[in-house]
Design a protein around this ligand. Structure first.
Ligand code: 5GP
Ligand code: ZN
Length: 147
């Protein structure tokens, strides 16, 4: 049983079986179940057992474990729903749409004619903004990796 447990967290409760869910797969590190309010039927949530608020705080080994589950889950969702495509999405923080503060992945079956408002709009970089942005993110990433 994970020691990283928040008794107020709905996903921690589902991972412990304290709240029921339509579970597809359980592993030592993660649990996969149907989203209760799906974007489209077959929408899955892939939830690490340990309570971490979001993906940025997740140990790399757990993220890698979940990453290893995703190809098979996407194939299963497509086969079961007849979806034309799949979105794999992670919301990090309220500004990005996160409502449950226990990091998780969405696996969402998609159809050519579905009502989902996607893809999102795209902006353009002006002048040297793109090169500056690349530099800033690379610098931050290298600094964090060195910690
Ligand atoms: P977020 O917006 O945090 O990225 O996604 C949270 C997701 O959890 C939502 O899509 C929501 O429908 C789903 N959800 C919230 N509460 C429950 C629950 O008790 N059971 C299940 N199966 N899904 C839930
Ligand atoms: Zn939790």
């Amino acid at each position: 049983m994970s020691e990283r447990y928040d008794p107020h967290c709905v996903f921690c409760k589902i991972a412990r079986g304290a709240i029921p869910a339509e579970t597809i797969v359980e592993t030592s590190e993660a649990i996969v179940f149907l989203d209760i309010n799906p974007v489209n039927p077959g929408h899955l949530l892939v939830v690490p057992r340990e309570h971490h608020a979001h993906l940025c705080e997740l140990p790399a080994a757990i993220a890698a474990h979940v990453g290893g589950l995703l190809p098979g889950l996407c194939r299963a969702v497509q086969a079961a729903t007849g979806a034309d495509g799949v979105n794999v999405i992670v919301n990090i923080g309220a500004a990005a749409g996160q409502t449950i503060d226990h990091g998780h992945w969405h696996v969402i079956p998609r159809f050519h004619a579905d009502a989902v408002d996607w893809p999102w709009p795209h902006a353009e970089y002006l002048g040297d903004e793109r090169a500056q942005m690349r530099f800033r993110i690379e610098r931050e990433y290298k600094a964090m990796k060195a910690d």
